[in-house]
Design a protein around this ligand. Structure first.
Ligand SMILES: Cc1cc2nc3c(=O)[nH]c(=O)nc-3n(C[C@H](O)[C@H](O)[C@H](O)COP(=O)(O)O)c2cc1C
Length: 321
C-alpha cells in the first residue's frame, strides 16, 4: 500500500505472521530514475522474503525493462503488476485500473513482463472492473492466466467505487472458480471471522489484508490462530501495542535524515493505530502535534498510566516468525 507498507511496517506485519509482503508500488519510470525515493520504496531486508515489488505503468516495453532492472538491482522473490490503482494521476496515464478497460495493453504488459523475468514469478493485482457497467474480472483473470501470471489478487471493488461501498465477494468467487492459478481475495477483511467466511464461500487460495493491518498489524496472527483452532486470540495488551508504535516510530526515524520530519510523516499512521486504542479520540488530538519519538513515548506513558497499564514490558522484537 502506497505510503503505508514501508519496510518497517512490513516487518511488523511479518512478525505477526504475514506470509507474503509486497512493496509500495513504483512506476517503471521511477525504476529507471532510481532516485532516493524509489530506492526507499523498493528497499527490503532479507528477513522479509518472500517479498514482491509492485510495478505500475502502461508501456509494456518499459514495464518489462523496469522489471528486469528491479531484479538485477534488488532480487525480489516475485514481481507484482498493479492493475487496480484508482488514483487519477495513475489512470490518466493509462496505468493501474485503467488497463482493465484496455485488455490488449493489459495483456501485452503482462506477457512482456513474464517473458522478461522468467523463471521469476509474476503476479497481478486487479479490481473487479472499471465501473458497475463494465465488471470484467473473470475475463481479465483468464487473460492474465494465459499470459503466464502465477497468482492473482482481486480487490472486490470497481475503480469507480474507490474505497466506498462494499467489496463484491461474489465476483471474487467467480474469478476463483474460473481460473486455475491461485486467486487471493481482497477487500473488507477486518476480522478472522471475515476471512473464515470468505474462505468457506469461495475457492480463494489466500487472502490479502490492507486497511485492517494499519490499525491492527497483529490481525495476521489472529487469523492464523482462528483458522487453526476456531478460537479468537485477543488483541495484544495495550503495553505491547504501544511497543509496536514506538518501535515503528524509532525505526522510521532511523531511516530518515530529518528525524522530526520523519515523525511528522508518521502522524497519519499514529491516527490509524489509535483506532484500536481506548480513549482514541484524545490520542488522535495529541498525535496531531508530535514531531519526536520522545513526544510519542511521553504520550504512551501518560496513556498507560491513565488506563492503568503503567508497567514495563519487554521491547517488541521484530523477528521472522
Ligand atoms: C492508503 C492506501 C494505499 C494503497 N496502495 C496500494 C498500492 O500501492 N498497490 C495496491 O495494489 N493496492 C493498494 N491499495 C489497495 C489495497 O491493497 C487493498 O486492495 C484495498 O485497501 C482493499 O483491501 P482492504 O479492505 O483490506 O483494505 C492501497 C490502499 C490504501 C488504503
Amino acid at each position: 500500500m502506497a505510503g503505508i507498507t514501508d519496510k518497517v511496517f512490513r516487518q511488523i506485519c511479518k512478525s505477526y505472521g504475514a506470509d507474503v509482503l509486497v512493496t509500495e508500488f513504483v512506476s517503471a519510470e521511477g525504476v529507471f530514475r532510481r532516485n532516493q525515493r524509489t530506492r526507499e520504496y523498493v528497499d527490503f531486508d532479507e528477513i522479509e522474503r518472500p517479498v514482491g515489488v509492485q510495478l505500475f505503468g502502461a508501456d509494456a516495453n518499459h514495464m518489462a525493462e523496469a522489471a528486469k532492472q528491479v531484479i538485477d538491482w534488488i532480487a525480489p522473490d516475485f514481481i507484482d503488476l498493479n492493475f487496480g490503482c484508482p488514483v487519477n494521476k495513475v489512470v490518466a496515464k493509462n496505468g493501474g485500473a485503467a488497463l482493465l478497460r484496455d485488455c490488449p495493453t493489459l495483456s501485452s504488459v503482462a506477457k512482456k513482463v513474464v517473458a522478461a523475468v522468467a523463471p521469476l514469478p509474476v503476479t497481478g493485482k486487479i479490481r473487479i472492473g472499471w465501473d458497475a457497467d463494465s465488471i470484467n474480472a473473470v475475463r481479465v483473470a483468464g487473460i492474465l492466466q494465459e499470459c503466464g501470471i502465477s497468482a492473482l489478487a482481486v480487490h472486490g471493488r470497481t475503480r469507480a467505487q474507490g474505497y466506498s461501498g462494499e467489496a463484491n465477494w461474489r465476483i471474487i468467487g467467480e474469478v476463483a472458480d474460473a481460473v486455475a492459478i491461485p486467486v487471493i481475495g481482497n477487500g473488507d477483511l477486518f476480522s478472522p471471522a471475515d476471512v473464515a467466511r470468505r474462505r468457506a464461500e469461495t475457492k480463494i487460495a489466500g487472502v490479502m489484508i490492507g486497511r485492517a493491518a494499519m490499525s491492527a498489524p497483529w490481525i495476521f496472527q489472529q487469523i492464523k490462530h482462528y483458522l487453526a483452532t476456531n478460537e479468537l486470540l485477543p488483541a495484544p495488551q495495550l503495553v505491547e501495542r504501544w511497543n509496536i508504535i514506538i518501535e515503528h516510530c524509532r525505526r522510521h526515524s532511523e531511516t530518515r535524515g530529518d528525524k522530526e520530519q520523519a515523525i511528522r510523516s508518521m502522524r497519519a499512521r499514529l491516527m490509524a493505530y489509535s483506532k484500536s486504542f481506548p480513549e482514541g479520540k484524545t490520542l488522535r488530538e495529541k498525535f496531531q502535534h508530535v514531531s519526536t519519538v520522545a513526544e510519542v513515548e511521553a504520550i504512551a506513558d501518560y496513556h498507560l498510566t491513565r488506563t492503568g497499564w503503567a508497567q514495563t514490558a519487554p521491547a517488541l522484537e521484530i523477528v521472522n516468525p
